[in-house]
Design a protein around this ligand. Structure first.
Ligand code: HEC
Ligand code: HEC
Length: 377
């Protein structure tokens, strides 16, 4: 379908796009959606503007899109192709989607990611849901500042795609279709202008489209569903909202609506008598501060039922194990957050907390046709 879209992105329309307020942009998108809806069957709609609908929900924070990389339909489609295309790996065996699978909310179901030639990496593949909102760094240790910067890394990581960007650029320039897709997405006129930077921008656009906001939790907020009594008790434990139930302390770090506050914390996974003793120093390797050793980015809890195993090293196979870890109060290290403490949860409390966590899974997201592999019919 993308080959037939005529997406003209003049410099002018880009400027207009940037100047329009978000609200106006949305109004415009709704119109574009109507145009699509009214197109007679069998005819591909011709969208002639810079109009990708980012389904940014009302109860989410405002999205700050980089001015140099606005979302466009052709850009998102190109990014989606690149994301699913094994052309990015040295032996054409793996793509980004090998470790970020839609049915697992863009994780891979493994404790530690496995890259080219079955080489294990060192960490668990994070979900890419709502990564557009991660403004305080990407990766467990926050070492990449933007999605654009991040997208350059896996191609040359010897434990991931094991390729070189020079090879990828060559393959894309010689490819029967990619030159057209790049020209539609970025208005370039010459295959030599196909670069890693543009490829990374397209991938980032696709990733920004991966918004997950239709879990039962969201539907309850919108008044379209209601929690069971067990989910309600679990919610109250999660948010320390009840006088009579124990406080779970969870929402201090896993703050709604994204269920992360984007901070870097030590949640007591490993005991370390000295801050130098962590086998993976995490955030400390990025900042160079010893007090950040053993700290990792607070992950979102959205789609938890699909993203096991859990933590930066995938050490917990089930939500029950995770909740038991918090209930016991974790292990000692100087920088473990004081909110990590013995919670005194009963068997029923733990069950209810997990029932609430299950309401964060969004089946619309994992079945969204626009996020799926475009090479599979
Ligand atoms: C071999 C498996 C593997 C492949 C292939 C892979 N990733 Fe990842 N990805 C990971 C792992 C593991 C991490 C976490 C690494 C870390 O934190 O040090 C990660 C982290 C990320 C993050 C950061 C998410 C966050 O919440 O901070 C993004 C974005 C991402 N990958 C996108 C991609 C893209 C785009 C590609 C293809 C160009 C790709 N990945 C290929 C395993 C993989
Ligand atoms: C002090 C901040 C903090 C508090 C309080 C906290 N967490 Fe976490 N949580 C984290 C951090 C940091 C991680 C990632 C740790 C790592 O992998 O090293 C994490 C990871 C998780 C994960 C794994 C998610 C994944 O995708 O791997 C789950 C599930 C989780 N927490 C649930 C909870 C629940 C339930 C509570 C309340 C009982 C809670 N957390 C309280 C900081 C916190």
């Amino acid at each position: 379908m993308v080959a037939r879209l005529k997406v003209g992105i003049s410099l002018n329309s880009r400027l207009i796009f940037q100047k329009m307020s978000l609200r106006l942009v949305f109004a415009f998108f709704i119109e574009a959606a109507l145009v699509v809806a009214c197109t007679p069957e069998g005819e591909e709609p011709i969208l002639s503007e810079n109009n990708y609908e980012l389904a940014a929900p009302a109860h989410f924070p405002k999205l700050g899109l980089p001015e140099y990389n606005p979302q466009t339909l052709a850009g998102v489609e190109l990014g989606r192709r690149l994301f699913y295309d094994p052309i990015l790996s040295a032996d054409s065996s793996l793509s980004c989607a090998s470790c970020h699978l839609q049915e697992h909310a863009f994780t891979d179901g493994q404790a530690i990611a496995i890259g080219i030639d079955d080489k294990p990496g060192r960490r668990n593949s994070p979900s890419l849901a709502n990564s557009a909102y991660y403004y305080k760094g990407l990766f467990w240790d926050g070492r990449a500042a933007t999605l654009e910067e991040q997208a350059l890394i896996p191609v040359e990581d010897p434990n991931e795609l094991g390729n070189s960007w020079a090879m990828v650029e060559q393959a894309l320039r010689r490819h029967p279709f990619y030159p057209t897709y790049f020209s539609e997405a970025f208005g370039i006129g010459d295959t030599a202008q196909i670069t890693r930077e543009l490829a990374a921008r397209a991938i980032a656009q696709f990733e920004r489209s991966l918004i997950s906001a239709d879990a039962k939790y969201d539907r309850v907020l919108r008044g379209e569903a209601s929690f069971t009594p067990s989910e309600k008790r679990g919610r109250d434990i999660f948010f320390d909202a009840s006088e009579t139930l124990p406080a779970g302390e969870c929402s201090h770090c896993h703050t709604p609506p994204l269920f992360t506050d984007h901070s870097y914390m030590n949640n007591g996974l490993d005991s370390a008598s000295r801050l130098e003793d962590f086998s993976d120093t995490g955030r400390g390797a990025t900042t160079g501060q010893r007090y950040d050793n053993g700290r990792f980015r607070v992950p979102s809890l959205r789609n938890l039922t699909l993203t096991a195993p859990y933590m930066h090293d995938g050490r917990f196979a089930t939500m029950e194990e995770v909740v038991e870890h918090y209930n016991r109060g974790g292990h000692y290290a100087e920088n473990v957050d004081p909110k990590i403490r013995n919670l005194h949860l009963s068997v029923q409390d733990k069950e209810d907390l997990i029932a609430f966590l299950r309401t964060l899974t969004d089946s619309t997201f994992v079945n969204h046709p626009g996020f799926s592999n475009p090479f599979k019919p």
